[in-house]
Design a protein around this ligand. Structure first.
Ligand code: AHR
Length: 504
């Protein structure tokens, strides 16, 4: 396989919004309890949050965390999880059929995020609740003294408003599994009213309307158009969710997942822009890709209907990832970067234990999954703006996605550079082929020497999974060949993700 990539610093897709490197903590399984929070753990801080998990979150480069759900939010009564912990009562969360002890609630989460320097993204319940509860929660979080909910927060020990900027108007309301599921008209009207009232409460917030739960929903497309026809002038973003998995041993289709994500983004952008055209509006709705990951949903997860009622932070959807899964995660991040102009917000679902890059043992260690590495390195190296590449590469026909390119790429250029440098270039590359790929990159507009790369190879660690595979991945670094006249030729191993970096 041979490919050529041409780039120039003047040709840019757009600046990278750091909220692209978000993640997600839902009250689901062990994401909260024995995930971020475990009083009594040897690393727990005075508030009961695990230091080892917070340190790995920092190393992962997570900028923003979405909370409290997910499906969980659609039957959540936030008022029951604030105030003195001894007064809070457990309730049965119907989304995951788990008894939620209500020990961690809005204040505990927001204060954890604040201590860790993470921007919170909150979701309101538009499943079993509505406008009043949404406005109450917003006022509780962002209001100043002198009104009911803000005063309640102050009485609960938090004087300063949290100033949460990003708000999701419900979660996956198109999904029949969602508690309080609605059709597009019902949801669109409710989201518009809740959004209107929330903006009147705090005009500085950004609002996210629910888009489709996946591109494969029967209502996809029509859902976006209908919801946006009600909410266009009120919301800033529309959400997208997508999970990918290898099905029936079809490795080529699985490796092409990021192309499916690419088409999904283009279709949602087209739907949003069609409403702008109809409304003769200059406003551009952007995307909050607030759930994305590899998830063996069909092959490993029994489904909500079969979940027994559980308590005490059960192990639910704790997928263990292979190196191949990490290559796909790296590739999905390449797609997100290449849409930097329309995707300012994204969240890897999720952060810890639940389909997550970070795993913990109750009372024991926290460790990095294979997928931790492409995320952490992309978040660290992707700085400045995304460049608009010209990529010339052969395609392969896959069963699930038709024609997909065999090599994918994203490049970022940071004009301000690092200390002592005039600028920094980072390249992210995936070779989806089972043969090596020779990729020639021309960047004549830049005097950059690539000083090294981190490579994650699917075959390097075979299909080994878990801790062992993740440890091998983290040590797989190599040196870049010298560049000549602004051209460098890299040989990419079969089924690999790699990141390269250089300074000018
Ligand atoms: O991330 C797991 C679940 O996936 C979320 O709760 C839901 O929004 C989605 O279906």
């Amino acid at each position: 396989v041979t490919a050529t990539i041409t780039l120039h610093p003047d040709f840019q897709v757009g600046a990278i919004d750091r909220r692209l490197f978000g993640s997600f903590v839902e009250h689901l399984g062990r994401a909260v309890y024995t995930g971020i929070y475990e009083p009594g753990h040897s690393t727990a801080d005075e508030h009961g949050f695990r230091r080892d998990v917070a340190d790995l979150t920092k190393e992962l480069g997570v900028s923003m965390v979405r909370y409290p759900g997910g499906n969980f939010v659609s039957n959540y009564v936030w008022e029951e999880a604030v105030g003195p912990v001894e007064n809070r009562k457990p309730f049965i969360d119907l989304a995951w059929r788990t008894v939620e002890p209500n020990i961690v609630g809005t204040d505990e989460f927001l204060q954890w995020a604040e201590r860790e320097g993470i921007e919170p993204m909150m979701a309101v319940n538009l499943g079993t609740r509505g406008v009043a509860a949404a406005v109450g929660l917003l006022e509780y979080c962002n209001g100043v003294a002198g009104s009911k909910w803000a005063d309640m927060r102050i009485a609960n020990g938090r004087a300063e408003p949290y100033n949460v900027k990003l708000w999701c108007l419900g979660n996956e309301m198109d999904g029949p599994w969602q508690i309080g599921h609605k059709d597009a008209h019902e949801y669109g009207k409710l989201a518009a009213e809740a959004g209107k009232a929330m903006r009147l409460t705090d005009p500085t917030i950004e609002l996210v309307a629910c888009g489709s739960s996946s591109m494969y929903m029967d209502t996809f497309g029509e859902w976006e158009r209908t919801v946006l026809s009600y909410t266009y002038d009120i919301v800033d973003h529309i959400s997208m969710h997508a999970y990918y998995e290898e099905k029936d041993g079809d490795r080529a289709s699985f490796l092409g997942s990021a192309t499916a994500m690419d088409r999904f983004i283009e279709r949602v952008v087209a739907s949003a822009d069609s409403i702008a055209a109809q409304k003769r509006s200059d406003k551009k709705i952007t995307i909050s890709f607030d759930e994305w990951n590899v998830w063996y949903l069909e092959t490993r997860f029994p489904g909500e209907k079969n979940l027994p009622l559980q308590r005490d932070a059960p192990r639910i959807i704790e997928d263990i990832y292979s190196a191949l899964d990490a290559v796909v995660v790296g590739d999905l991040m390449i797609t997100l970067l290449n849409h930097a102009d329309r995707v300012p917000v994204a969240a890897l679902a999720q952060l810890v234990n639940v389909i997550a890059p970070i795993m913990t043992e109750p009372g024991g260690d926290a460790w990095r999954q294979t997928t931790f590495h492409p995320f952490a390195n992309t978040a660290r190296l992707a700085q400045g703006s995304v460049l608009d590449l010209r990529v010339n590469v052969p395609q392969v026909t896959t069963k699930a996605h038709g024609d997909v390119p065999l090599v994918t790429a994203a490049a970022t250029w940071d004009e301000s550079g690092e200390a002592g440098a005039a600028g920094a270039l980072s390249l992210f590359l995936v070779n989806r082929s089972t043969s090596p790929a020779t990729v020639t990159i021309s960047y004549s507009g830049l005097a950059v020497a690539l000083d090294g790369g981190l490579e994650l190879l699917a075959d390097h660690v075979g299909m080994r999974e878990g801790k062992e595979a993740a440890e091998l991945v983290s040590t797989a670094t190599r040196t870049a060949p010298a560049s000549e006249n602004g051209t460098v030729t890299l040989t990419l191993a079969p089924e690999s993700w790699s990141a390269w970096h250089g300074t000018a």
